[in-house]
Design a protein around this ligand. Structure first.
Ligand SMILES: NC(=O)c1ccc[n+]([C@@H]2O[C@H](COP(=O)([O-])OP(=O)(O)OC[C@H]3O[C@@H](n4cnc5c(N)ncnc54)[C@H](O)[C@@H]3O)[C@@H](O)[C@H]2O)c1
Length: 111
Protein backbone atom coordinates (compact mmCIF):
# COMPACT_ATOMS: atom_id res chain seq x y z
CA UNK A 1 0.00 0.00 0.00
CA UNK A 2 1.28 3.49 -0.92
CA UNK A 3 0.37 6.40 1.39
CA UNK A 4 1.23 10.07 0.84
CA UNK A 5 1.45 12.36 3.88
CA UNK A 6 2.12 9.36 6.12
CA UNK A 7 4.20 11.05 8.83
CA UNK A 8 1.31 11.63 11.19
CA UNK A 9 -2.45 12.03 11.57
CA UNK A 10 -4.71 10.11 9.24
CA UNK A 11 -1.78 9.06 7.03
CA UNK A 12 -0.11 7.29 9.95
CA UNK A 13 -3.44 5.79 10.99
CA UNK A 14 -3.97 4.39 7.48
CA UNK A 15 -0.46 2.88 7.58
CA UNK A 16 -0.94 1.24 10.99
CA UNK A 17 -4.49 0.08 10.27
CA UNK A 18 -3.52 -1.60 6.98
CA UNK A 19 -0.37 -3.06 8.58
CA UNK A 20 -2.59 -4.67 11.23
CA UNK A 21 -4.48 -6.28 8.34
CA UNK A 22 -1.23 -7.65 6.89
CA UNK A 23 -0.19 -4.97 4.38
CA UNK A 24 3.37 -3.82 3.82
CA UNK A 25 3.62 -0.06 3.41
CA UNK A 26 5.28 2.45 1.09
CA UNK A 27 5.05 5.77 2.95
CA UNK A 28 6.22 9.24 2.11
CA UNK A 29 5.83 12.73 3.48
CA UNK A 30 7.42 16.09 2.78
CA UNK A 31 8.41 16.37 6.47
CA UNK A 32 8.93 20.11 6.52
CA UNK A 33 7.18 23.39 7.16
CA UNK A 34 5.65 25.50 4.37
CA UNK A 35 5.85 29.23 5.09
CA UNK A 36 2.25 29.61 3.90
CA UNK A 37 0.93 27.14 6.49
CA UNK A 38 0.09 28.64 9.84
CA UNK A 39 0.25 25.47 11.99
CA UNK A 40 3.20 23.15 12.69
CA UNK A 41 3.62 20.56 9.96
CA UNK A 42 5.06 17.05 10.29
CA UNK A 43 8.75 16.33 10.85
CA UNK A 44 11.18 13.61 9.83
CA UNK A 45 10.85 12.22 13.37
CA UNK A 46 7.10 11.89 12.81
CA UNK A 47 7.70 9.77 9.69
CA UNK A 48 10.19 7.63 11.66
CA UNK A 49 7.50 7.08 14.28
CA UNK A 50 5.08 5.87 11.58
CA UNK A 51 7.75 3.43 10.40
CA UNK A 52 8.38 2.27 13.97
CA UNK A 53 4.68 1.59 14.56
CA UNK A 54 4.36 -0.41 11.31
CA UNK A 55 7.51 -2.43 12.05
CA UNK A 56 6.25 -3.11 15.57
CA UNK A 57 3.43 -4.99 13.85
CA UNK A 58 6.00 -7.15 12.02
CA UNK A 59 5.17 -5.56 8.69
CA UNK A 60 7.67 -4.03 6.29
CA UNK A 61 7.75 -0.32 5.41
CA UNK A 62 9.70 1.84 2.98
CA UNK A 63 9.39 5.38 4.39
CA UNK A 64 10.94 8.30 2.54
CA UNK A 65 10.80 12.09 2.45
CA UNK A 66 9.23 13.32 -0.80
CA UNK A 67 6.93 16.09 -2.04
CA UNK A 68 3.70 14.77 -3.58
CA UNK A 69 3.96 17.61 -6.14
CA UNK A 70 7.33 16.26 -7.35
CA UNK A 71 6.43 13.45 -9.77
CA UNK A 72 10.02 12.24 -10.19
CA UNK A 73 10.51 12.02 -6.42
CA UNK A 74 7.23 10.14 -5.96
CA UNK A 75 8.13 7.77 -8.80
CA UNK A 76 11.46 7.07 -7.09
CA UNK A 77 9.76 6.22 -3.79
CA UNK A 78 7.23 3.98 -5.56
CA UNK A 79 9.92 2.18 -7.56
CA UNK A 80 12.05 1.60 -4.46
CA UNK A 81 9.03 0.41 -2.50
CA UNK A 82 7.87 -2.02 -5.17
CA UNK A 83 11.42 -3.39 -5.55
CA UNK A 84 11.61 -3.95 -1.79
CA UNK A 85 8.07 -5.19 -1.13
CA UNK A 86 7.17 -6.93 -4.39
CA UNK A 87 4.03 -5.17 -5.58
CA UNK A 88 1.60 -2.28 -5.12
CA UNK A 89 -2.14 -2.90 -4.72
CA UNK A 90 -3.57 0.16 -2.97
CA UNK A 91 -2.86 3.90 -3.24
CA UNK A 92 -4.04 6.32 -0.54
CA UNK A 93 -3.71 9.96 -1.66
CA UNK A 94 -3.75 11.49 1.81
CA UNK A 95 -1.20 14.34 1.82
CA UNK A 96 -2.62 17.81 2.15
CA UNK A 97 -2.46 21.13 3.92
CA UNK A 98 -5.30 23.12 5.43
CA UNK A 99 -5.90 26.74 6.28
CA UNK A 100 -3.19 27.96 3.94
CA UNK A 101 -3.21 31.49 2.60
CA UNK A 102 -2.35 29.93 -0.77
CA UNK A 103 -5.10 27.55 -1.91
CA UNK A 104 -4.31 24.37 -3.77
CA UNK A 105 -1.19 22.26 -4.02
CA UNK A 106 1.97 23.88 -2.70
CA UNK A 107 4.51 24.65 -5.40
CA UNK A 108 8.21 25.31 -4.77
CA UNK A 109 9.57 28.80 -5.66
CA UNK A 110 11.32 27.43 -8.78
CA UNK A 111 8.13 25.83 -10.19
N1 LIG B 1 -8.39 15.66 10.20
C1 LIG B 1 -9.64 15.84 9.72
O1 LIG B 1 -10.59 16.13 10.43
C2 LIG B 1 -9.90 15.64 8.24
C3 LIG B 1 -11.21 15.73 7.78
C4 LIG B 1 -11.47 15.53 6.42
C5 LIG B 1 -10.44 15.24 5.55
N2 LIG B 1 -9.18 15.17 6.03
C6 LIG B 1 -8.11 14.87 5.07
O2 LIG B 1 -7.31 13.81 5.54
C7 LIG B 1 -5.98 14.00 5.11
C8 LIG B 1 -5.00 14.02 6.28
O3 LIG B 1 -5.40 14.98 7.23
P1 LIG B 1 -4.71 15.08 8.66
O4 LIG B 1 -5.70 15.69 9.57
O5 LIG B 1 -4.10 13.76 9.03
O6 LIG B 1 -3.58 16.20 8.35
P2 LIG B 1 -2.05 16.31 8.82
O7 LIG B 1 -1.61 17.72 8.61
O8 LIG B 1 -1.85 15.74 10.19
O9 LIG B 1 -1.32 15.33 7.79
C9 LIG B 1 -1.12 15.68 6.46
C10 LIG B 1 0.27 15.20 6.10
O10 LIG B 1 0.50 15.53 4.73
C11 LIG B 1 1.85 15.96 4.62
N3 LIG B 1 1.99 16.77 3.42
C12 LIG B 1 1.46 18.00 3.17
N4 LIG B 1 1.84 18.44 1.97
C13 LIG B 1 2.63 17.46 1.44
C14 LIG B 1 3.33 17.36 0.20
N5 LIG B 1 3.28 18.35 -0.71
N6 LIG B 1 4.01 16.21 -0.04
C15 LIG B 1 4.04 15.22 0.88
N7 LIG B 1 3.42 15.27 2.08
C16 LIG B 1 2.72 16.40 2.35
C17 LIG B 1 2.12 16.73 5.89
O11 LIG B 1 3.51 16.85 6.15
C18 LIG B 1 1.38 15.89 6.92
O12 LIG B 1 2.21 14.91 7.52
C19 LIG B 1 -5.95 15.32 4.33
O13 LIG B 1 -6.09 15.05 2.94
C20 LIG B 1 -7.17 16.04 4.88
O14 LIG B 1 -7.67 16.98 3.95
C21 LIG B 1 -8.87 15.36 7.35
Amino acid sequence: MLISGAARGQGRLHAVTFAKEGADIIAFDICRQFDTVEYPMASADDLKETARQVEELDRRIVAREADVCDLAAVQEVVDEGVRALGRLDIVCANASIAGSRTPGCWLPPHA
